[in-house]
Design a protein around this ligand. Sequence first.
Ligand SMILES: Cc1ncc(COP(=O)(O)O)c(C=O)c1O
Length: 381
Amino acid sequence: MKNPIYLDYNATTPIDKEVAVEMISIIQNHYGNPSSSYEIGRYSKKAIENARKQVADLINAQPEEILFTSCATESNNIAIQGIAFANQAKGKHIITSIIEHPAIIEVCKYLESQSFEVSYLPVDTGGRVNPQDVEKAIRPDTILITIMHANNEVGTIQPISEIAVIAKKKNILFHTDAAQSIGKIETDVEKLGVDLLTLAGHKLYAPKGIGALYVKQGIKIQKIMYGAGQEKGIRPGTENLVHIVALGKACEIAQRDFDKNSATMLSAKEKLLKGLQIQFGEKIKVNGDPVHCLPNTLSIAFDNVEAHTLASIISNDIYISTGSACHANSVEISSVLKAMNLDLRTAVGTVRISTGKHTSSEEIETAVKIISNTVTKLTEH
Ligand SMILES: Cc1ncc(COP(=O)(O)O)c(C=O)c1O
């Protein structure tokens, strides 16, 4: 049986072959504790510092500004709780958007239970936050703004640098969750103007179980974990050497191959959309912002088709995800699609197709055929 076509790169990515080679070399040859002062420990420490520089280079930061974590969720927790608790004497108000990943929303909800107040900003029908809404939401006690760089479900890119100007003017710290944008669009902390930035290895062809947090030099965060002094004491615990080296290598490759990769993702997405539009014309609707969208993400609704039924029928041939969750007798629409004011029919018919650097033209041609045939069968009666 041949492997199904993978078109769910926003969920996770396969490990890059070059990354795997580095990982295997570490697994087989290097086990020293980076805190040990003898040769094999020093080797591990050097490998970590090399990876730190590779991550920093990708986002135009300094190596000292990078902390290694276990995933984007952990980076977001350290950033948001860390800033909130370090600055609570100044104020207890945080601004975020309604379409953030649960790895932000749930942290904010936790902080609400700790007497912080959170403003959840709305988005327009394309899924964008209006910077003016950010400005209006700022209060004298606002200590943090956290708005994602790009959305995981619809691919909408937020006006981060515009929001950063507002945050800076009001002297408020600004964090962005860049788990979905890294390696797909330029993610330069200087140009974006952010103070903290989250990234995840497994969205970038590194393994699951590794993430990083950029914290601009001079910014104080209160630790939320206690232990030995690794990662400036903010993320204590013996370092995950294999995965840290893997993330470093993945960042180096992402930087090296950036133009090629984003062109591949975009042409695959465009070919897919064109193929489906030729078949279905007005019967499909593309969700998200038509201009500010990730090059790899296509959130698309088929008229009169239940996305779950479609995804499940084609799942032996193509892997995609849906914009709603199916329960026993009901369908729960994703909060992102709801926030964008999508009508129920469109939301129920929405699938998320996300291309990657390995997506080939042949895969797209096959995918168009399979999806078209299935949608046609589902809608003819
Ligand atoms: C925007 C965004 N933030 C955070 C996460 C959480 O990543 P992880 O599960 O690796 O912690 C994801 C994962 O889908 C994401 O898309």
